[in-house]
Design a protein around this ligand. Structure first.
Ligand SMILES: Cc1cc2nc3c(=O)[nH]c(=O)nc-3n(C[C@H](O)[C@H](O)[C@H](O)COP(=O)(O)O)c2cc1C
Length: 161
């Protein structure tokens, strides 16, 4: 591949070599669950406690989430291949067969995942065709026994495989 071949397809393929965790970003809006899958999650700061993910500017879902007081971030586990795809589906119920818990704040978490972060939006940074969403952590729940799922070159993998 030529180094000047910076098309979205070649960039996506190159970025795919970087293994990442996968999170569900979810909230309840007027009694309806809203969310999406993201593999761009990055821990950012300990003090203050900040994390981030990048959202496509074309997202139909982000406008429904971006003004909410609280967003739930669930770090998906090995059992969540299906949930990761379902939560990213263009059509149909994104929460079909995905067991969730809703908090009073509106944050929604996927049951059986590794870590739950109750967050609020701290800052939005325009970055090309994506926006970097910086979130402040308000509450943490860790399930140490759940191994995370890893997204690598468009496939879900396990740390042990
Ligand atoms: C494994 C995986 C990782 C994804 N990571 C991101 C991401 O980091 N940022 C993003 O905006 N969309 C990501 N998506 C796509 C979204 O989950 C969703 O499909 C997309 O936002 C289109 O739906 P929408 O228009 O309703 O937002 C990912 C999808 C999958 C399956």
């Amino acid at each position: 591949m030529a180094t000047s071949d910076l098309t979205p397809a070649t960039l996506r393929a190159a970025f795919g070599h970087f293994p990442s965790g996968v999170v569900a970003v979810a909230a309840e809006v007027d009694g309806t669950l809203v969310g999406l899958t993201a593999s761009t999650f990055v821990p950012v700061s300990l003090d203050p406690p900040l994390v981030s993910f990048c959202v496509q500017n074309t997202s139909q879902t982000w406008p429904k989430l971006k003004d909410l007081p609280s967003l739930g971030i669930s770090l998906l586990g090995e059992a969540h291949h299906e949930a990761a795809r379902t939560l990213a589906a263009k059509t149909g119920d994104r929460f079909a067969d995905v067991e969730t818990v809703s908090r009073e704040s509106g944050a929604v978490f996927v049951v059986g995942t590794c870590v739950w972060l109750e967050t609020s939006i701290e800052q939005l940074v325009a970055a090309g065709d994506h926006t970097i969403v910086i979130l402040r952590i308000r509450d943490i729940t860790v399930h140490d026994e759940v191994p995370p799922i890893v997204f690598h070159r468009s496939r879900f993998r396990h740390l042990s495989a």
